[in-house]
Design a protein. Sequence first.
Length: 563
Amino acid sequence: MKSSVWMVSPARPEADMLAAELGIPAAIAQVLVNRKILTAEAARIFLYGNLEGLHDPYLMKDMAKAVNRIQQAIAGREKILIFGDYDVDGVLSVVMLFKALTSLGAEVEYFIPERLKDGYGIKEHHVEIPVQRGTGLVISVDCGIKAVEFAVQAKARGVDVIITDHHRPGEALPAAAAILNPVLEDSGYPDRDLAGVGVTFKLIQALLEKSVKAAGLPHYMKLVCIGTVADVAELKGENRLFVKYGLKGLGSVNNTGLKSLIEACGLGNRKISEGDLGFRIGPRINAAGRMGKTDLAVRLFFCDSIEESLALVQQLEELNSKRQKTEEKIFEAAKDKIEEKSLDQKYKCLVLGSEEWHRGVIGIVASKLKDYFHRPVLLFAYEDGKACGSGRSISDVPLIDLLDDCKHLFLSYGGHRLAVGCTLPVDRMDAFKEALNALAEARIGEEALKRKIRIDAPLAFSAIDSGFLEHFSLLFPFGVGNPKPLFLSEGVEVLSAPQVLKRKHLKFLARQNGKVFEVVGWDKADWSHVLRRGGRVDMAYSILLSEYRGEPRISLSVEDLRV
């Protein structure tokens, strides 16, 4: 068992106020306060908010310009080209905007670069694509905020550009007809945390509300919720509403391709959760882009034939399986190298690269290594003299800030606070490692590298009753910005001998003051030698709500324990 620091949130008077005003359990009120929801009004919106809480899309700077230019293109029968990205967020943004524009009578095509050939984003040479296709308007989704040269060349060739993105800009903004990006300081939009699909949805919302098709807007949330979760966007504000109502919509799906995908994931006959989006549906869509066959995923959402959709899903399954095996191989190689050379003892940020690593999956491997060693990780695939990297970071270390101060070494870079990508010449790798290690040593304190278990509130087993669970279910969906609440129960008796499942997981019965729950420990099989029947433990855990043969089922997922 790896040692962790337990951080139990202190009781707050605001929690007492929320519990009294809203009539909710004290532990639920404490969870809300821990999420910085401090007033009864904010708590009501969080717990009971509906789609009326969506912001006016015209609050986003340039929205009117974008809508007017698109309407002009539709009226003039101009061809519109959607330029997307190859991950889930980008693919679903393309699908959504294509369907919306087509429903409004537009003539639309799309282009998505191949991850392994083109890399990320819109490059200057991509201007030949709209020119060759006779396109008068390009709309980017989930990319484009750094496409300065592309915009210049497009304008010179008589092509207008509308950019929709959610990534950080470079030093200059593209000279586009309109830029929709809530991250920009002067965007005017109240919610800065939208994923690419969220920004695309706001554009669709503005377009449809000017037509007679606004009633169809909720249908797009099914795809918005998948893209939002897959892109690991914070589940606050509008993102939370997108996912909450999108998940409800996924209970009734008409799109042939999406329905086939859901059934292939084994989710056809049960309620879909945000975990299913992140670990089942999202990875299968992502596998196409990661393995260099993005168009398979796009075609799936446009096909009407059941036979064709089943064939496409099968190809995605095979790509996903191949992706998983490739990831595992790279993970073991990188982990062995780190442990063999004690790199995690020497450096606060881990940087590794290889000519044998697949560029499409190193981001996922970096995430797993980040969790395992609890420090930022950057992995690079070396190809044709270039080092193509992908990095992931722990919550206390904004990795993009470190890259900002190394930008003189990059050919290109970008990303979010905790997930980044970059490209540089292989012969600059030593200089990059030296610069990054110096920055990490200066800025990352030892405290940030300690694995922390943030516990929301103490909770007795006896308090977990039907009333508590009814209010607990209002906290869904969980994710970044709204993590699964962790509770602490002390002096819990291990009622049964722990069972090891699939050589990885642990299961046992636990009892406190006469009340018994089943406890599962995912990837906690190594705990079996320290737990014994009749022993006492303090448990940090989350609550799992599920169904078994149509009946509700409650279990506890242990995050950490002390014997």
